[in-house]
Write a protein that binds this ligand. Structure first.
Ligand SMILES: *[C@@H]1O[C@H](CO)[C@@H](O)[C@H](O)[C@H]1NC(C)=O
Ligand SMILES: *[C@@H]1O[C@H](CO)[C@@H](O)[C@H](O)[C@H]1NC(C)=O
Length: 288
């Protein structure tokens, strides 16, 4: 497969290289079971892999200068660089056809972008054109996506926000090697919430939530991400202000974990992809 793609890339006549843009996006939220759901969706024959899993293009890399990788500073990726992720999938989609009843050749494959931070984590929103001197973002990824694809569909997993916050905090603790002490966690949360209250007196909710270093200097960055990522309402409202409600599927993580088969079926129905309940059930038995 890679050989075919390389040959195509080198070909002078690039007109026949297919470019795929995601049909659906799993946009949030971190620590709500998204990794598990990635694994489930990877079994769906019409969702062609590899998918852009946590590529962080939309909320991070395209907005970041000075990206370092192995000590080398890379330029900001372009939309073309992002679409390159789907080159292999695009070639599969080109080859994978079915014949419809009335004799049309049809390519049923789709690609998806799966990144639970897309909806909420915007360290560099000020670098989006039009946001430069603002207190809160006017433009976010959803505005750009709408410009590129009005039909995109979005999956959002939501878990009890208190549990999500604590789970996120534990995740940071593991990653940054600090010990989780319940008392410390509690005190930090209290301080952080007080800082938020102070911020709300002076500014809008959005400007407090999107502000990278507000409100409390004492609260660690770890805690900030843990709390901000649970403020579902603020972010969801921002997405619903751009795309219509029918293009979103909201899933409770608790429901997903109770019955993965039912959730996967619901997702496939929402995405209008074909499914077979026996097959979906067999993934669950064999893979989770
Ligand atoms: C994590 O912290 C412990 C205790 O301070 C230390 O012994 C260990 O080497 C640290 N591990 C890493 C990967 O930094
Ligand atoms: C899970 O959902 C599927 C599809 O709706 C249903 O057939 C199955 O009985 C459910 N399983 C449990 C344990 O509730």
């Amino acid at each position: 497969m890679q050989k075919i793609i390389d040959k195509r890339k080198k070909s002078e006549n690039l007109g026949w290289r297919i470019r795929c843009f995601p049909y659906f996006f799993l946009i949030g939220f971190t620590k709500c079971g998204t990794t598990d759901l990635f694994a489930a969706l990877s079994h769906v024959p019409d969702i062609i892999r590899p998918f852009a899993k946590e590529a962080e293009f939309w909320q991070k890399y395209r907005l970041t200068d000075q990206i370092q990788k192995d000590g080398v500073i890379l330029p900001r990726p372009t939309l073309g660089d992002y679409l390159d992720i789907y080159d292999e999938a695009a070639e599969h989609i080109r080859q994978y056809t079915i014949m419809t009843e009335d004799g049309f050749v049809y390519h049923p494959g789709v690609v998806g972008d799966l990144d639970p931070k897309t909806i909420w984590w915007y360290p560099n929103w000020k670098s989006i054109k039009g946001n430069e001197n603002r207190d809160e973002p006017k433009y976010l990824t959803q505005h750009h996506l709408y410009h590129l694809s009005k039909e995109a569909k979005f999956l959002i997993l939501l878990r009890n926000p208190v549990e999500r916050t604590f789970s996120h905090y534990q995740f940071f603790a593991k990653k940054r090697n600090f010990t989780v002490r319940p008392k410390e966690f509690h005190d930090q949360i209290e301080r952080f919430l007080q800082g938020f209250q102070t911020c709300f007196k002076e500014k809008s909710i959005r400007s407090c939530v999107y502000q990278p270093l507000v409100p409390s200097k004492e609260a660690s960055d770890n805690l900030k991400g843990s709390i901000i990522g649970s403020l579902y309402y603020v972010f969801i409202k921002d997405w619903l202000s751009v795309y219509p409600r029918e293009q979103f599927l909201f899933i409770k993580s608790e429901d997903y974990f109770k019955n993965r088969t039912a959730t996967v079926m619901e997702i496939l129905e929402f995405l209008k992809l074909k499914y077979d309940i026996d097959v979906v059930e067999s993934w669950e038995i064999s893979n989770f």
